[in-house]
Design a protein around this ligand. Structure first.
Ligand code: GDP
Ligand code: MG
Length: 442
């Protein structure tokens, strides 16, 4: 993955006491290759490395106390910038209902996203309604109706006497807006039809819907796994529709991530949401800094803590965050959090957000089985061992393994994962604690 490759590229300088021209050139070459491999647009990758190089070669940086880390920080800063710098919220109508038009190719995840967005807005206290303007396949209307039922929001569709959807997408969209207004819903989200490739008929229809409904927000939904194609499609839709934002779906999959990095700079429209799974709650607001942290393998502590807040109370979450920073996080905390995480939806998604755990977990492919193993191992440790894992020597390892009905190597693996996690937390807290690195342009 991109994370792994960047990690490897930056390894050279991370440990170096001094940065010199040679390792800069070499590292930048590897960073560029990592970006290209991840399907990042060539020009974008080139500009990216040139900018980082310019920052890093500056003398002030060379003389800095910890140049390796500054190097990483520059790559991080540049990634954040490339991803759009700041989070951009959805537009809202001055007078409700806010009209949100959702467009994209077939299979991109539009209908799923419409359901997720309704769920997201409802959780924020808004009162959305969804409209089925993908009128060509009856199954598309059924799919949206099912999703709306799960979320608990009204859905607008027009069916003939035979139950078959009436094939007039513009009429559906237009009447849906009127109906939302009549019902006092504050938002109407319009799902549209997509095709396998960009074509005129599809574009004409979406443009007609746009004209008829005057959306406050036009979101273009794209499958992140399609790489460079995602960028080209985004461009085509933006040219015709002048979109307001991009939704990247399937970021949970084995995506190369390059789409996220190129779209923003090529299309110059913000990425507003990321889809991370098939379930209704697998949607996150897109924050460039968090995405950059994930790409650099720093995990996504902020998102994690936010999700956690839904589960824990605020005070507890703050304590957890502090422990991450100060590295007081021990195996007992790890165990406690695992218990809570159990109730927090998809385990794998969430664990992936904890720095260090993500990678380690991916290797063992966490399922509930593996989860129970971790639990059992920590359970058979004494409180002192949980608080000070470093005292766990050979004989303790044997005892713990036996108590959990597992092998010593399972204990070793767990301790290794935990150590790696702490190491990453240290990097994280250093980067965050120091604020911005020296800016050579000032
Ligand atoms: P549409 O044709 O654009 O409306 O696409 P759908 O919403 O019907 O989604 C197509 C397929 O992608 C479905 O099987 C969805 O479950 C799946 N899907 C949508 N979003 C995501 C996502 O964020 N992650 C994953 N893994 N699958 C997704
Ligand atoms: Mg659909």
């Amino acid at each position: 993955t991109l994370s792994d490759k960047l990690d490897a590229a930056l390894k050279n300088v991370k440990g170096e006491g001094r940065i010199n021209d040679l390792n800069i050139a070499e590292t930048m070459r590897e960073v560029r290759r990592a970006l290209l491999d991840a399907d990042v647009n060539y020009q974008v990758a080139k500009d990216f490395t040139n900018k980082v190089k310019a920052h890093v070669t500056d003398e002030k940086v060379l003389q800095a106390v910890n140049p390796g880390q500054q190097f990483v920080k520059h790559v991080y800063d540049e990634l954040v910038y490339l991803l759009g710098d700041v989070h951009v919220d959805l537009n809202q109508a001055k007078r409700p209902p806010t009209v949100i038009l959702v467009a994209g190719l077939q299979g991109a995840g539009k209908t799923t996203f419409v359901g997720k967005l309704a769920h997201f807005l409802k959780a924020k206290g808004r009162s959305p309604m969804v409209a089925a303007a993908d009128v060509y396949r009856p199954a598309a209307v059924d799919q949206l109706e099912t999703l709306a039922g799960q979320v608990g929001v009204p859905v607008f569709a027009i069916r003939g006497a035979d139950g078959v959807p009436v094939k007039d997408a513009v009429a559906v969209a237009e009447q849906a807006v009127a109906e939302a207004r009549r019902m006092g819903r504050d938002t109407i989200i319009i799902d549209t039809a997509g095709r396998l490739h960009v074509d005129e008929a599809m574009m004409d229809e979406v443009v007609a819907i746009k004209k008829a409904t005057e959306p406050d927000e036009i979101l273009f939904v794209v499958d992140a796994m399609t790489g460079q194609d995602a960028v080209n499609t985004a461009k085509a839709f933006n040219d015709r529709l002048d979109i307001d934002g991009v939704v990247l779906t399937k970021l949970d999959g084995d995506t190369r991530g390059g789409a996220a990095l190129s779209i923003r700079s090529v299309v110059e429209k913000p990425i507003k949401f990321a889809g991370t799974g098939e379930k209704l709650d697998a949607l996150t607001e897109f924050y460039p800094d968090r995405m950059a942290q994930r790409i650099l393998g720093m995990g996504d502590v902020v998102s994690f803590v936010e999700k956690a807040q839904e589960q824990f109370d605020a005070e507890e979450a703050e304590k957890l965050q502090r422990k991450f920073r100060t590295q007081e996080f021990d195996l007992q905390d790890f165990y406690d959090q695992l218990q809570k995480i159990k109730n927090m939806g998809s385990l794998k998604d969430l664990l992936g957000m904890i720095p260090g755990v993500g990678k380690a977990i991916k290797q063992i492919d966490v399922d509930d089985e593996a989860f129970r193993h971790i639990e059992a191992l920590i359970q058979s440790m004494t409180p002192v061992e949980r608080a000070q894992p470093e005292i766990i020597n050979g004989s303790r390892r044997r005892r713990i393994a036996k108590g959990a009905g597992m092998e010593v190597q399972d204990v070793n693996a767990l301790l290794k994962q935990f150590r790696e996690m702490k190491k990453l937390m240290k990097t994280m807290s250093k980067l965050q604690g120091k604020g911005r690195a020296v800016d050579p342009t000032q």
